[in-house]
Every structure is written in C-alpha cells, then in structure tokens.
Design a protein around this ligand. Structure first.
Ligand code: F6R
Length: 616
C-alpha cells in the first residue's frame, strides 16, 4: 500500500523518483507526487490519478535538484484528489513528508495542532505528522531535523514508513519505519542513497541495501553518509544485505500485462519453488528453511494456517494436504478475524503464516499474537527480506520471483507447491504415507510444470470462452475437495480484475441457497476433474443444466460425461487429486484475465486495490 521513494546524490532526482514510482505503482495508484530540493527551496508537483498523470505534469513543470522524495498513494484518509496526494508540506514547503501507513491518533494530534495555530490543506493523517515535526521545531531552538522527527514519532500511535525533507537541510533525508516496510539502497557513488518501500525501484541502481527495523530512524546525508538510530535515540548499526533480485523480473518482457506474464511464468515459478527441495531419484523432500522445526510440525497436535485473500485460499489447499497426507488436524483462519478473536492456541500448535508480500498487516498481527501465546510460527512468503520472514521462527520462501500484477497468480501456485512439499515431508517423517504413494507423488509433483505448460497452450480456446461470457454480470464457481479453494480463487480472480460479481462455493452447497440464482444468464464454472467426488460433481452439473445455467467445465483430459452436459469444456492433464489445485487454477486465471481485458479493465492495477496490504 502506498509506494515511497527517495533519492539523494549527484544525479537529477526527478527522473529517478519518477521511474521509482512507476516501479512501485502496483502498491497504490490513486494519486502521486514528487518534491525536489533545488538547494534553495523545495518544489512540489502532485496530482490525482496514475503516475502517468504526474509525468505529464512534470513535463510542464520540471523539478530540478539532486535530492527528493516521491509517493504513489492508496487512499486511507480522504478521497483521492490533488490535495490529499503526497508529499504533504508545511507552509512555503519548509518541510515535506511522504508516508505509508496509518497514524491512528491523528485526530487528537490534529486538534492540538489547530489550537496551536496550524492550518491543514488535506484530510490526511500524514499532513498531521509533518505539522507535528514543525511544531516541535518551532518550540525548540536549534533542534535538528532528526531530533524533531524522532520526538514526533514518539507521540504517534500507528504504523508508518516516512521520509522527511527540509528546506534547511539540502543534503539530508530522514527516513523512519514502524509496521510498514522501508529499505535504503547504498548507491555506487559516495553520498548517494535510494530509499523505497521495497527493493523494486532500487535494484537498477544498486544491489546493496539496508532494511530498516521497526522504530529505526535513518539519517541519510550526502556528506556524512548513513546513520541509524532508534526512536529512543540509541545508535544502531546498519546491516547491509545484497539483493538477489534480477531487473528483468520487474519488466513485462513482451507481455501485454504483468498478470499475463506471471500466469505464463508458472511452469518456471513452480519449478523454482521445488528447486533443491525435491529429489525424485533419491526419494527426498527437504525444506532447508524449516529443518530445525520439522519435528515441531511432525509432533504438532494441530496446524493453524493464517493468511488473507489468495494466500488464504492456498491455505485451504494446505488443509487438504496436511490432513490427507500427514493426518494432522488443520484450521485455516482469516488473519484479520483470528487476530481479534480470543483463539485457543497451545504450545504444541504450529502456525503457518502464508503471504506473498510478507507485509500484510493482519497476517503480521496474527503471527505476533500466536507467538506471544507460545506457538511455533512457520512462514511461507515470496518477498525475500520482507517483515513476515523476519518475524517467524522458521520458514520457506516460495521463490516465485517478484509478482507485480495486483491479482495474485504465480504466488498462489508457488504457495501450494511449498505446502505440498511441506505436507509430504511431514507425512514421511510421521510415517503416515505409504512409501509407494510418497514416491508416486514426488514423480507427479516433479511433472507439474510440464502439465501447467500444456494448460497454457489452451489459451486461445480460453480466450474464445472469455469472449462468450465477457458481458456476464454474475458468475458462480463450484468445486469439491481440493478444487473447492480453487473455485474460491477463480471467483476472486474474476471479481477483482473484471468487476463481475462472482462467488465460489463447494459444489454440494449450491442446493442450500445459491441454486436460486441460476438461470440462463448465469455462467457457472465447475471444476469437475477426475477424483473421489467426480460422480457427485457430475450431478451438480446436471442440477445447473436443469435450471438452464451455462456451464463452463474444467475437466480431466478424455472426460466424456461432463463434456456431454457442459456448454464449454476446458480439458486439462490428469494428475493425482492432491496435486490438482496446481493445474486446475491455471485456466481460471486465464479466463479472468481475458474477460477483464475484453471489458477494458486495467488488469494490473484494478480499482481500489493495492498489492501489499500494510494497513488493517
Ligand atoms: C488477490 C490478492 C490478495 C492477496 C492478499 C494477501 O489476488 O492478491 O487477496 O492475496 O491481500 O496478500 P499477501 O499474500 O501478500 O499476504
């Protein structure tokens, strides 16, 4: 949520900031702005809409200088408009700020500031924070910018990643974080630094980065370099890490949209999620990152999976896997509900937190709560170095590579791949899986990338089906067993990028309510692949057809029965039932993608959404 960039060095700041905002636009895209210090004063350009709007404004009003900050917004306080766009400034642009997060006590702080004569231009909590810094500066002669920011942050309740720039300090940026991510890149030239919400805008400039910890404040100075302190004013040592990310991974690589590229990357990303972890010849599954905690999983009385959105759907697939293969009871919880309940958590529970971004505020809070109650926490995350992997006891990265499209695709299949490996490894350790089945599943899992490849070859056919249903206003997705979470995921993909109302249901639940919706205008996507409940799902298809619903069925290659009933069928390769989610989700991703494109929607940046949900 909200993208932050900052630059200080010898180069022109504005183009670097603008490019950075383009890279970060997936984090929020309702308004954008840049402020640059020209060594005399701070100049600012900001506007409603996408970064491309800002780019046009900057062509009319170029900003000159070598130090600056930029922001792309996902609105929390106040509607998206020019006034609420960041950076926010005090009078005459004396000080400017960009912020990601929420200042929870902004209302109380604002009232006090108004009484002391401050006036506000926007509805945002961020503007309150910069006025608070200004207030402290006005009241304490000779106080440094760092000290004023530090004191202000001590009064703040909530989450923040901020960068502050002051007219008085043309060589300095102050950056701080609590709850929202912030990373500092160390440039190749002396005194050159890049600041950003994540490494995506930094990678083309440097591979050396420092991730700020909560309550740390960085003084980034062209002359004296980088210093770290915390909000108690204790000195901290910056820990420099090397980024492994490749720049090409952040580009569209010839695809029309990031989402399509990411769908097509899945044979590779699933393979990368298994790399070094699955050895079919030796019959070994090993996840290095959880080795020390594997016994905890083997002995767990219960597994609790916490996640949000698509990651929660992956968690539901995980439930089937752990129960079926490792015979461990599993509960899958929305992190946002779990954190506010009073859940019963025992020390022999293992909590698995799943998150693509590794920054989701609700998932983080659920982890903290479970940790305090003594549970072991294992993370499954995609973004290396993000907060969740640093908060959990152990974990496995999904290695899907950067996911830029706001709708999650390759992250889902990578999460399910890692969950499958984990469940298989625990099942083997517990002795709950016969050797022959274990070995067969390893062989089948190893072949999944090629099978995904085959499904991708159906793209033209899926595009044809999309054209047929592109004007639908509602859609129902049905599945049973492991295909039920896939139905939920298919419905989520359709609604979030095409704005067609879609619901996923366990197929048998249809007759307990949703069947009332079915008529000749209702497309029903049924995942009817071979498996234990195939006959049951055939009956569900018949029930839909009896009510004149339109059926789009995803079936196993060679299927005759469902094909004879359905209006459209998509035949996907056969695979063991427990692995089916990895294959059956692919046509649903493509279907949503094509429908959304045909409806003229912005698939990579759907309205109201942001990639990384760092507010609750
Ligand atoms: C949907 C989607 C979201 C995320 C959810 C959790 O396509 O992307 O539902 O899955 O916001 O995000 P992470 O996985 O980053 O914790």
């Amino acid at each position: 949520m909200c993208g932050i960039v900052g630059y200080i060095g010898e180069q022109k700041a504005a183009p670097i900031l603008l490019k950075g905002l383009q890279r970060l636009e997936y984090r929020g895209y309702d308004s954008a702005g840049i402020a640059v210090h020209d060594s005399v004063q701070i100049n600012l350009v900001k506007c409603k809409g996408k970064v491309s709007n800002l780019q046009k404004r900057l062509e009319e009003t170029p900003l000159v200088g070598n130090i600056g900050i930029g922001h792309t917004r996902w609105a929390t306080h106040g509607p998206p408009n020019d006034e609420n766009a960041h950076p926010h400034a005090t009078a005459n642009n004396e000080m400017v700020i960009i912020h990601n997060g929420i200042i929870e006590n902004f209302d109380t702080l604002k009232k006090g500031l108004i009484q002391r004569g401050h006036t506000f231009q926007s509805d945002t909590d961020t503007e309150v924070l910069i006025h608070l810094v200004d207030d402290i500066k006005r009241n304490e002669e000779d106080i440094t910018l760092f000290e004023a920011v530090r004191k202000a942050l001590n009064e703040v309740v909530g989450a923040y990643a901020i960068v502050v720039m002051s007219r008085e300090n043309p060589n300095q940026l102050i950056a701080a974080k609590k709850g929202s991510p912030l990373v500092i890149g160390i440039g190749k030239q002396e005194g050159e630094y890049f600041i950003a919400s994540d490494a995506t805008p930094i990678i083309e400039h440097t591979k050396n980065v420092v991730y700020l910890e909560d309550e740390e404040i960085a003084i980034v100075d062209r002359e004296s370099g980088l210093q770290l302190r915390n909000i108690k004013n204790q000195e901290k040592t910056p820990y420099i890490q090397e980024l492994k990310m490749q720049l090409e991974a952040l580009e569209k690589g010839g695809y029309e949209h990031f989402m399509l590229k990411e769908i097509y990357e899945q044979p590779r990303s699933v393979r990368d999620s298994m790399r070094g972890r699955l050895n079919v010849n030796k019959g070994i599954v090993a996840l290095g990152g959880i080795r020390e905690y594997e016994q905890k999983l083997i002995q767990a009385k219960r597994i609790i999976i916490v996640a949000c959105g698509t990651s929660w759907h992956a968690g539901l697939v995980g439930e089937y896997l752990f129960e079926d293969l490792a015979r461990i009871p599993v509960e899958v919880e929305y992190a946002s509900e779990f954190r506010y309940r009073n859940p019963i958590i025992a020390e022999d529970d293992v909590v698995i937190a799943i998150s693509q971004s590794g920054e989701t505020a609700d998932t983080l809070a659920a982890i903290e709560m479970a940790k305090q109650r003594g549970a072991t926490i294992i993370g499954i995350c995609n973004v290396i170095g993000s907060t969740i992997p640093r908060t959990t006891h152990a974990g496995s990265y999904t290695h899907a590579g950067p996911e830029i499209g706001v709708a999650s695709t390759k992250a889902f299949t990578a999460q399910v791949t890692v969950l499958t490996l984990m469940a298989l490894s625990v099942a083997q350790g517990k002795g709950t899986i016969p050797h022959s089945r274990f070995q067969r599943l390893l062989i089948e899992l190893d072949a999944v990338p090629e099978k995904i490849e085959k499904v991708l070859q159906l793209d033209d056919q899926i595009q044809y089906i999309a054209d047929y249903y592109k004007n639908a206003t509602n859609a129902l997705y049905l599945g049973r067993g492991i295909n039920f979470p896939v139905a939920l995921e298919g419905a989520l993909k359709l609604k979030e990028i095409s704005y067609i109302h879609a619901e996923g249901y366990p197929a048998a639940e249809m007759k307990h309510g949703p069947i009332a919706l079915i008529d000749e205008n209702m497309p029903v996507v049924v995942i009817a692949t071979q498996g234990a409940s195939y006959d049951k799902i055939v009956s569900n298809v018949q029930e839909v057809k009896a009510r004149k619903g339109k059926v789009i069925a995803v079936v196993t290659q060679g299927d005759e029965q469902v094909k004879a009933l359905a209006d459209h069928t998509i035949e996907i390769p056969e695979v063991d039932e427990v692995l089916m989610g990895l294959i059956s989700v692919i046509p649903l991703q493509l279907l949503s993608y094509h429908v959304a494109v045909m409806r003229g929607c912005n698939v990579d940046q759907p309205r109201n959404l942001a990639k990384s949900v760092t507010v609750e």
